[in-house]
Design a protein around this ligand. Sequence first.
Ligand code: ZN
Length: 235
Amino acid sequence: MNDAAPKLLIHVPHSSTKIPDDVWQEFVVPRDAVENEALESADLYTNAMARQAWPSADILEAQVSRIVIDVERYDDDSKEEMAAAGRGVLYTRDHRARTIRQDVTVSRRDGLLERYYRPHWARLRSLAADANLVDLHTYPVEPWPIERHTHVSRPEIDLGFSDGLTPPAWVDALTDHFRRHDYEVGHNTPYVGVIDAGAKAAVMIEIRRDIVGTPGADPKWRRLIAALSTMPIGE
Ligand SMILES: [Zn+2]
């Protein structure tokens, strides 16, 4: 390890359940159905997890629910495989592939991107430039009907990485670390790769939701925080 610890940035794209006032009118299902979908789609507590595990890191959270705008998606639908499932940067379908939102006009889409997506990415790129990035998520035990790759293993912790963005030595160190903490670790399964935000190094951590627990005294939560807070944060 070098004398100075690398700067760490935690990206939390999916913890919010917030629906802005002016977006409600776009949904075509009752309010409680929208709220339930925001809750089901959210990686609940990943914001609290980041703050508790890495109190001195930079933490960047999306400001609204992913069902309003998903900052983890490409803003160009032709590059985004989930757009075909109605879950591109602007969702029109729920996790069961039911339509929940009307198609958004081009100008409205641009307005939402301008308000929530572009500022988020500008901040992400600026914070990532001299940092090691951890893209933090949780994921459901059972695949959602809209998922594209469902016949693959769903380990307790999925490390997502990409050639050129993630040093293999970091993946090895993280794998050893979480296995020493008795977690089941998979590589690029069920989700593959890590976002390219221009970080020095980047890794995605996808935590299966049954091992998360609830913030506070819950033994599951405390065990997870203990493992995350001591994990290697770079090569
Ligand atoms: Zn997520």
